[in-house]
Write a protein that binds this ligand. Structure first.
Ligand code: NAD
Ligand code: G3P
Length: 355
């Protein structure tokens, strides 16, 4: 008997939703993609192209787009939600009447909801109460996936069926899917790295070099890990694709929207101008605000997030902020080996001896 094709629904008509829909179709799945814009629906169905978000990409012709949520979700076994964080809950609520508990729901969105500091898979859980919930996250620039550049991602869920089904649906010769059971850590890494990508873009525009980028990325990882520990997550997850992997790509490539926003800011554009020129979502702008507030609330030391916040929202010049960060407290390299507190204590003692 012929193997049954997996039925996949993708919610979202942006670059990542479009790339994922096409991967699943390349893999032989029956794919339906939901998006709001009827003109884009028609373009995907007739020209197999998403001219607004991925103009040079030939979408697998088996992908069928629609603005009818019922039609898209009917019979779907796997639902991938690729909607920016600001609209994520609203779209999940629209979808809710057409969802059932047997379906696997996966967030692909790297952002945080302001209200309650919720990650997107927590919203999926809250809105549905289902058990097959997961996330995918990793170094996944949609434009490179569209070029079929060899790429890897992570599916994270504490539900083995969710992990296995996503690996089967999306794993192919140009897209490799690794599994994790640390859903929170994987999702947190994807959201946090956007902050540092903005800083990296800004540093590049200011003419800072590779030493600077390397310092920024490594200290970003230290800061992300500190925050993860505070949130009760496992910092070891950040050693994987969804942590250090995504940090590397997003801090190094001008295909990253967050990096591009930072670059535009470094060139002297205002935040509004930079975001408007981008015309797509750069989740880091919102995330830096939320993470900085949360870090202050919880007393977590996050000088890079704090510094970027002040540059973005309080008008502190980026060069001045870089100087202040360089002259900040003497600290430890790997805090899991030598703690910050120990370094500070040693400085206090040394100052005491000098008296
Ligand atoms: N693009 C990438 O390279 C990439 C890679 C990995 C993860 N992601 C994540 O995927 C998420 C989605 O990003 P994207 O790149 O596809 O975004 P995008 O900016 O390319 O497109 C966003 C899509 O969401 C739709 N949308 C926005 N508000 C909506 C609403 N209220 N109702 C319905 N649709 C709405 C837009 O119309 C558009 O189709 C982001 O959070 C991003 O972090 C993106
Ligand atoms: O374009 P960005 O900055 O949203 O980054 C896209 C992906 O998250 C890279 O993994």
């Amino acid at each position: 008997m012929a193997e049954q094709r997996m039925r996949v629904a993708v919610l979202g008509g942006g670059s990542f939703g479009t790339a994922l829909a096409s991967i699943a179709a390349d893999n032989g799945a029956r794919v339906r993609q939901w998006l709001r814009d009827p003109a884009l629906v028609a373009q995907i169905n007739t020209q197999h192209c998403n001219g607004r978000y991925l103009p040079d990409y030939a979408i697998n012709p088996a992908v069928v787009a629609s603005s009818d949520m019922d039609e898209v979700l009917a019979g779907a076994e796997l639902v991938l939600v690729a909607i920016p964080s600001k609209a994520f809950r609203e779209v999940v609520r629209m979808a809710r009447p057409y969802l059932n508990e047997h379906q696997i729901l996966v967030s692909t969105t790297k952002g945080i909801q302001q209200d309650g500091f919720k990650l997107m898979s927590q919203i999926l859980e809250e809105e549905t109460g289902f058990t097959h919930i997961g996330v995918i996250s990793g170094p996944n620039l949609a434009t490179e996936i569209a070029q079929k550049q060899l790429t890897a991602t992570v599916v994270a869920s504490d539900d083995a069926e969710t992990r296995t089904r996503v690996q089967t649906a999306l794993g192919c010769d140009y897209f490799r899917v690794y599994a994790s059971n640390d859903r929170y850590g994987v999702e947190l890494g994807g959201a946090l790295k956007n902050i540092y990508a903005i800083a990296a873009g800004m540093a590049a525009a200011l003419g800072m070099g590779e030493n600077t980028r390397s310092m920024l990325m490594t200290r970003a990882l230290a800061e992300m890990s500190r925050f993860a520990v505070d949130q009760g997550a496992n910092p070891m997850t950040f050693l994987g694709l969804s942590g250090v992997g995504d940090l590397i790509v997003t801090c190094s490539s001008d295909l990253s929207r967050n990096y591009r926003v930072g670059f535009a800011l470094g060139q002297g554009k205002s935040l509004d101008e930079a975001v408007e020129a981008l015309g797509q979502v750069a989740e880091g702008v919102n995330t830096v605000r939320l993470v900085r507030d949360k870090a202050r609330e919880d007393g977590v030391y996050m000088p890079l997030a704090e510094g970027l916040y002040q540059v973005l929202f309080e008008g502190v010049p980026a060069r001045e902020m870089a100087r202040m960060l360089m002259l900040g407290e003497q600290s430890s390299d790997v805090e899991f080996i030598l703690s910050r507190a120990d370094v500070q204590q040693a400085h206090r003692e040394s100052e005491g001896h000098d008296d």
